[in-house]
Design a binder for this molecule. Structure first.
Ligand SMILES: [Zn+2]
Ligand SMILES: [Zn+2]
Length: 187
């Protein structure tokens, strides 16, 4: 049995208000700096999985919806870092969308980088967070290991092992497959 890592509590309502205020702060800064007009934007805290933030535009029947989504768990675990980096990062996507249109530029290209520079923010794109304790999206496959290698098992097989005490054996080393530790198996 692998030990379950305690789950990180998500951002509190008060922290969410701070994050929204910080997001607005960067938007106001960009509006003043570039002399643009902002567009309606939803700021929500419903992102799951391995990503801290996401900017998304969808359009339906000629109506555009723009939203910045934050991951309330990763944000909570690494609050200061996300406050200072993820917030300007997503706002810079939103601002570059308003100025250039997303389809006309690369996601983290020069236009986006220049905005990050003007924000005085860190434009490093990759993060290396330890995500233990962060609830993950429902996984469609699970990583198991034997003595010699890793195996990807479907959630159907995983559930058979979990609930019905099935065993699967490696074709190479003939050892039973064990769920790899450190993997969250929330479904
Ligand atoms: Zn990005
Ligand atoms: Zn093996």
């Amino acid at each position: 049995m692998s030990q379950a890592t305690p789950l990180i509590p998500p951002l509190s309502k008060e922290q969410q208000q701070q994050v929204i205020a910080q997001t607005r702060h960067y938007i106001d800064q960009a509006v003043a700096l570039y002399g643009i007009k902002d567009k309606p934007l939803d700021i929500v805290f419903n992102l799951r999985g391995r990503t801290s933030g996401m900017y998304r535009v969808s359009h339906q029947l000629g109506h555009y919806t723009r939203e910045i989504r934050y991951n309330p768990y990763i944000f909570s675990k690494y609050y200061d870092d996300n406050f200072n980096t993820t917030v300007p990062h997503e706002v810079a996507h939103y601002i570059s969308d308003i100025i250039y249109g997303l389809r006309n530029i690369k996601p983290h290209g020069n236009e986006w980088k220049q905005i990050m520079l003007d924000f005085n923010a860190d434009a490093t794109v990759t993060t290396d967070y330890d995500l233990s304790g962060i609830p993950q999206k429902k996984l469609s496959s699970f990583t198991y290991q034997c003595s010699c290698r890793e195996h990807q098992l479907s959630s159907i097989r995983h559930n058979k092992i979990n609930r019905k005490r099935f065993k699967y054996y490696c074709n190479f080393c003939k050892k039973p497959l064990q769920l790899k530790t450190g993997q969250s198996a929330l479904s």
